[in-house]
Design a protein around this ligand. Structure first.
Ligand SMILES: Nc1ncnc2c1ncn2[C@@H]1O[C@H](COP(=O)(O)OP(=O)(O)O)[C@@H](O)[C@H]1O
Ligand SMILES: [Mg+2]
Length: 233
């Protein structure tokens, strides 16, 4: 299945706000991402990168255009199917982590497994394994507020990969990590955590991870500008 299209976006439009504040965050954006590849999306702040990730991940409904996943029209699905898609197919790392402050680190990572009805002890044990993988095994019992920004980002990554999604979407995953940690995380996400078929789509400003990309898409003012090859390391 490697090389088949994982996600195909066609002519996506998205508007925000009312009246004078009305802005078009996506202006006819079309893109594809294949299984087996890692695609980066780069561009200035406010260019629509987070909006695009949200629309292709089944989180934010577009005003125009369509998204196909494995050839299925995502936004034509009923809400329960969309929820199922988000739970079973997608791992999403939000720019600001979205960790639950009242849960421990391990419980945060276990959430997708709990939603998939895995028994509690089993889910927590699996969460521990993924925390070890991101180097945080000794933080399992702490609440997120006790962790640094970089550590919280790694918890969010562990939570996104714990159920082995075949599409992994990351919004600026290395923004609060130092150079070496950022590269280690990307290296690890790309080559170790998921099987070869997975598709990874990453928004980043971080030139240090360009070398890991198969393709780099440039966004500006809600439009996709160029598509250039990455280093594919
Ligand atoms: N929920 C929202 N409500 C109103 N405007 C928004 C919302 N989300 C994004 N926008 C606007 O849409 C544009 C694109 O935002 P975003 O996708 O977050 O860009 P990026 O991730 O590239 O920084 C910006 O002008 C932003 O202000
Ligand atoms: Mg953003």
């Amino acid at each position: 299945m490697t090389d088949s299209i994982a996600i195909e976006a066609r002519a996506l439009d998205k508007w925000f706000g009312e009246g004078a504040a009305r802005t078009q965050a996506l202006q006819g954006v079309s893109m594809q991402a294949r299984f087996g590849e890692m695609v980066l999306i780069v561009g200035p702040s406010g260019s629509g990168k987070t909006t695009l990730l949200s629309v292709i991940s089944g989180i934010l409904r577009p005003d125009g255009g369509s998204v196909s996943v494995d050839g299925v029209d995502l936004w034509a699905q009923p809400d329960d199917r969309l929820a199922e898609f988000r739970l079973n197919r997608i791992g999403f790392v939000f720019q600001d982590y979205h960790l639950f402050p009242r849960l421990t680190t391990a419980e945060n990572v276990a959430i997708p497994l709990i939603l998939k009805r895995r028994p509690w002890d089993d889910a927590l044990a699996e969460a521990q394994r993924y925390l070890a993988v991101v180097g945080l095994e000794n933080r399992a019992a702490l609440p997120p507020v006790k962790l640094s920004g970089g550590e919280q980002q790694r918890v969010a990554i562990a939570r996104a990969i714990v159920s082995q999604p075949d599409i992994l979407v990351l919004d600026e995953p290395t923004a609060s990590l130092d150079g070496d940690t950022g590269r280690t995380i990307i290296e690890f996400v790309k080559h170790q955590v998921l099987n070869e078929r997975r598709c990874i789509i990453t928004v980043t400003h971080d030139a240090r991870i360009f070398e890991y990309a198969d393709r780099i898409l440039h966004m500006e003012d809600g439009k996709l500008k160029d598509i250039v090859p990455g280093g594919a390391r």
